[in-house]
Write a protein that binds this ligand. Structure first.
Ligand code: BG6
Ligand code: MG
Length: 226
């Protein structure tokens, strides 16, 4: 790896905090009200994709009017925003703050690249919004992950290039987006064996950010791209 890394872009849900469970509960409440079947397994397929695409996947081919779709998304988001009230800095996943500290000390630029339109709220509730030089969210681009647009937009805000930037992602759609954009990728696989396959394409795969030191990550990337 000849390139100099000068920026890190973090996905939010599943990397910095675990809101996947809250998304699940909100979709589940709406689905139960509508009589749609929806399981935790189904929820895995919604990781990293937009609210609209999540609804499409949840509907599994069921045809509804646009008015109904808007109502379902609005309701789900209301439940989700209510659940976000419970979030505090204690919900930052282990290792995330330490990695931000290390990267900042090393002079790297830091950003969030999240498909969520609630990313600012979540980062504010976590108390870390000021740690980032840029926040790309679900409002910034039309084509969300797996299109590369959001990460490219975010890199542009940082004034950096994909070949100098590492994206941290827990979703298949997010790894694909970063790779299509030409970024280095670190996949956050989690500890649940049944879903670890979703980031296997990443340059480097870690279970989580606990003990994820910048120097180790750079070394592993170097080996992966040697
Ligand atoms: C992503 C989540 O970060 O944001 C997805 O992984 C979610 O599960 C997407 O659907 C959109 O979130 P929101 O908050 O805009 O509905
Ligand atoms: Mg994610």
């Amino acid at each position: 790896m000849a390139a100099q890394i000068n920026a890190l872009i973090f996905d939010l849900d599943g990397v910095i905090t675990d809101t996947a469970e809250l998304h699940y509960q909100a979709w589940k409440q709406m689905s139960d009200e509508e009589g749609y079947p929806f399981t935790r397994d189904d929820n895995e397929a919604l990781r990293g994709v937009s609210r609209r695409e999540s609804l499409n996947r949840l509907l599994k081919g069921r045809v509804i009017t646009e008015e109904k779709a808007l109502d379902l998304m609005e309701r789900k988001n209301r439940y989700y925003v209510d659940l976000l009230e419970t979030i505090t800095p204690a919900n930052i996943l282990p290792g995330a703050l330490a990695l931000l500290d290390e990267a900042e000390a090393a002079g790297l630029k830091l950003a969030v690249g999240s498909a969520s339109r609630n990313a600012h709220t979540v980062l504010t509730k976590l108390g870390i919004i000021d740690r980032f030089d840029a926040v790309g969210d679900g409002y910034c681009v039309v084509h969300t992950k797996p299109a590369p647009d959001l990460f490219l937009w975010t890199a542009g805000r940082l004034g950096t290039y994909p070949q100098n930037t590492i994206v941290f992602e827990d979703a298949e759609a997010g790894i694909e987006a970063a790779q299509r954009g030409g970024f280095f990728t670190v996949g956050i696989a989690g500890h649940d064996q049944s879903v670890q396959g979703r980031v296997t394409n990443a340059d480097v795969v870690l279970p989580d950010l606990a003990q994820a030191h910048l120097a180790d990550i750079l070394e592993k990337l170097k080996k992966a791209r040697a």
